[in-house]
Structure formats: C-alpha cells, structure tokens
Design a protein around this ligand. Structure first.
Ligand SMILES: *Cc1c(COP(=O)(O)O)cnc(C)c1O
Length: 494
C-alpha cells in the first residue's frame, strides 16, 4: 500500500490554487459581508489544504487503512470487551424511521422510539437483577458518576451529610476513583489478597458512618470472580453504605448470575462492551445505570415511563439528581444494543458469556508456559500475564529484559492488536488479554502461535522484539513526548 499518498499529511499534498469543487458564480450583493461586526470577521485568510477531489479521497482512504479495528483484526484488549459488532445492528440503527426523528418531537409522535427505550430498560433490569434503569449516560465513566450521584442523593435525602467516603479496590479501573473524585467523594483504597480478590480483613476497619458506599467490579479487572461479595455487601450495608457495581465486566455473567442478586444497589453497564455497540475513539457509547427498588426516584431526568393505557411518556421528577445528558443520551447506541439483545435472546446471551470464559481459559492455558501467570486457576472472560517467563528473557530484575511493551509492539508486526498493557497496576509487566466469545478457534490458535513465536524470538533474538514494530506505518512512538508536547495542528509541525 506504499503509494505517493502514503504517510503524508493532507497539507503536504496541497498545491496553491488547486480545488476539488466548482461553484456557480456568486451573484449575491457583496454588501451583506459589511454587516458583519468587525470583531467577528476573520483577519487573515484561513489556511486550508488546496487539493483535488481524488487526492482527498485517496488521502482519507489511505489513512483509514492505517487504522486497526475489530473489523480488521483480532483485538484482545482486556477490560474492554472488544467484541464484534454484528452489521444487523448498524442496519437497524440506520432505519430512517429512527434517524429522521427530532429529539424535541412531542411524545405522542415518537411512541415507537420511546417503546424501544422502555424495552431496553426492562431487558437490562432483568439481566442485571435491578429494579429500574436510566439509559441516558454517555459512557461507563459517565454511568459511574451518575450512579455515585444517586448514592449521594440517597444519603442526602435521609439527611445524612457525613457520608463522603467511597471505598475502591486497588485493582479497580482508573475511572472508578476518577468518577468518585468528580462526584466530590473521598477515595479510600482497599487492598487485594494474593489471589487478586478484595481483602475482607483490610476492608473491615475502613467501614464507619462516613462511608457512602463501595465500588466493585466483578469479575474484577484480573478476570477473577469475587467470591466474598455476599459478606462484603453485608458489611457495607451494616455500616449504612451502598454497593456500587462497575458492570464493564458483565459479559461472562450474562444469564448466569446477576449483580442485583449479589447485593449491589447501583450499577452501570457499558453497552459498547457487553452489548456489542461500536467502541473506541472516545465514543459515542452508552453507560446505562440501574438501581434497586427504593432508589428509582433519584435517577436523572428525563425518564421514559409507561402510562396505564400502554402509551409512553417522558417524566421529570423533582427528586431526580437533574439531567446528565441532552435528551435521552446516545439513542443510536441504544438501538444497536436492542437489535443485539433481540437477535441473541435469553439462551444465546447466556452462551455468549460462557464462550467468552472458555476462550479466555483456552488462550491462558495455551500460553502459560511462555508467559508468567501470577494468578493461576480458572479465570472468567479475561486474565493477566506478568510479562514473559524468565526463560524467555522476561526477568524484570535484568535491565535488558524483554518487556511487555516490546511484546505488544511485536504483535503489531504480526497483524494483531496488542492486549491492554501495564494495567492493572498490581504487577510489573501486566498484559491483560480478553479474547471475547466472537472469535473462532482458528483466530485464537493463530494468536497463540504468534505469542509463542514472539516468546521464542525474545529468547533467541531479543533485539528483534525490542526494535518492534518493524512493519507498521509509524515505528515506536515517544508516548511521553506525545503527552508533554502534543501537536494538534499542521502549523505546529512547521
Ligand atoms: C471500560 C471500563 C470502565 C469505563 O468505561 P468507559 O465506557 O470507557 O467510560 C470502567 N470500569 C471498567 C472495569 C472498564 O473496563
């Protein structure tokens, strides 16, 4: 794919005076421009690339080919559930009967759209064992913030203003403490035991009348099922706090067990993970928030409700924490999730979760002689390696060891997306792999073979791995510089 457009910025393809359009001569009187206040007028001509139409098309098509997505290859990004997005979901979301609606239309003209929203609420409540859902939040992190605001509202409504602390496990996803901080809560960390689950003995002394609640992810970010949840929920409830479930890892539990039955009070689901809607690049996503009975009144406005005559309407409750999105959130994402839920149905939804567990264990067991497995035994949908084994150059006490970053970069040469690396923070060389249920045996075997090949390369020719990637459009980037000295415009380059 090396052609004259390859690796160029669109500005580098620019030639003075060249255009990709022709417009009829403008016959409007020129004086209309004079009406524009001087302060609003552009002082220097805008610097835009001057290119013909084929150049624009080839440029962007070449750029898109440099991208890696779940539609182009295997994407085992742990904690992200990058499952394939069936194209039927896209077709449903593109139906003009949905896309042509205006969000401000009167409810009696959009009954079908409200019915879909209502049904997704009901299905998610059933899957999660919750009483009610809002689908308005835009992402998992936004759902966390919304859910924590529900917890705050609950305590404030009882006149209990002392509860300002939230307990978060040390294995938690970074959004958990971040959302809690945005919500004005003080974060208290609880440690993990050597087997990777929450240490109940470390938790006990943290519980008092200042605790608003506790956040947990299950299976946790190590892919381990938290077996002590009933006891943890009992302790947290006993001290007056509420249990928050981070549902980003709901996938393996679909149809098997439910957060509501485990003692959780508030939770979010990531539709763009578990329910197969597009994911990545910052959105759009959806982070529906569910609550148990007795907390519905705090959910954000507007809510979709069903009247006695079967019609649907939008309600805005005074007790709600306010509005957290425009209108009903990312409606197109809700439609995709609805199509996915209906096409799978109960039985196949359960099978999706179980296959995700089978696939993760298959990859883990196939590779554990090459990569360090700090927490052995059965995992759920994902697992964590702690880098290469010593015999394959992975001794992290040796400054010249082959790192997880090196392995991740080398994977790109073989056409696979890298797993999540250096997260969770519990290990030096974390490599978090989540194959998901949508991959075939052949794809998993191909990935396993490549991971073994890289381990062999690390043993026999470490420089090859440390110099990777060799075949990508750009080589190894200075990611620290990218953060410290970001260049956002073409002028920054010059
Ligand atoms: C992805 C993820 C989140 C955050 O979800 P976003 O939709 O990316 O905001 C939170 N917790 C866990 C465990 C996750 O994997």
């Amino acid at each position: 794919m090396n052609n004259q457009y390859y690796g160029k910025l669109i500005f580098e393809l620019s030639r003075p005076g060249r255009t990709g359009y022709s417009l009829p001569k403008n016959e409007l009187p020129q004086h209309s421009l004079a009406d524009l206040p001087t302060a609003l007028r552009r002082r220097a001509p805008l610097s835009l690339p001057e290119v013909d139409e084929p150049t624009v098309v080839r440029h962007y098509t070449n750029v898109s080919n440099n991208n890696f997505g779940v539609d182009t290859g295997f994407y085992p990004l742990g904690s992200c559930t990058m499952k394939y997005n069936p194209k039927i979901n896209e077709e449903v979301a593109a139906l003009p009967s949905f896309t042509a609606l205006h969000p401000a239309q009167p409810a009696d003209t959009v009954q079908g759209a409200l019915h879909v929203y209502y049904n997704v609420q009901r299905i998610l409540s059933e899957i999660a064992g919750m009483n009610e859902f809002t689908l308005n939040p835009y992402a998992g992190a936004h759902g966390e913030l919304t859910g924590l605001m529900v917890i705050r509202s609950y305590h404030m409504a009882r006149g209990d203003a002392r509860r300002t602390k939230i307990i978060v496990p040390d294995s938690a996803h970074g959004t958990n403490p971040a959302s809690a901080a945005v919500c004005g809560l003080q974060i208290v960390e609880v440690k993990s035991t050597p087997d990777g689950t929450v240490d109940v003995d470390d938790l006990r002394p943290l519980l008092d009348e200042t605790v608003a609640g506790m956040m947990m992810t299950n299976p946790n970010t190590l892919g381990i099922f938290e077996k002590e949840i009933p006891e943890i929920a009992r302790l947290v409830h006993e001290c007056g706090g509420l249990m928050y479930y981070d549902g980003a890892n709901l996938n393996p539990m679909l149809g098997v067990c439910r957060p509501g039955d485990m003692g959780f009070d508030v939770m979010h689901i990531n539709l763009h993970k578990t329910f197969s809607t597009p994911h990545g690049g910052g959105g759009p996503g959806a982070g529906p928030v569910g609550v148990r009975h007795g907390l519905e009144q705090f959910l954000p406005n507007p809510r979709v409700k069903r009247a006695d005559d079967g019609s649907f309407y939008l309600s805005a409750d005074d007790t709600a924490l306010g509005s957290i999105s425009s209108f009903l959130g990312n409606y197109g994402i809700l439609l995709r999730a609805y199509a996915y839920l209906l096409s799978l149905g109960c039985e196949h939804l359960r099978m999706a979760g179980q296959l995700s567990v089978l696939n993760a264990n298959y990859v883990k067991e196939s590779l554990k002689d090459y990569y360090k497995l700090p927490i052995p035994g059965l995992c759920k949908h994902e697992f964590v390696f702690d880098g290469l084994r010593e015999a394959y150059g992975g001794d992290h006490h040796d400054p010249a060891h082959v790192t997880t970053l090196d392995v991740a970069k080398r994977l790109l040469d073989y056409g696979f997306h890298a797993p999540t690396i250096y997260f969770p923070l519990l290990f030096h060389e974390a490599m978090m792999i989540e194959p998901t249920e949508t991959e075939s045996r052949e794809t998993l075997d191909a990935f396993i073979e490549v991971m073994k090949t890289i381990a062999e390369e690390a043993r026999t020719n470490p420089e090859l791995v440390k110099g990777a990637p060799h075949h990508t459009p750009v080589r190894r980037l200075d990611d620290v510089k990218a953060v410290k000295e970001p260049r956002f415009t073409f002028n920054d380059y010059q």
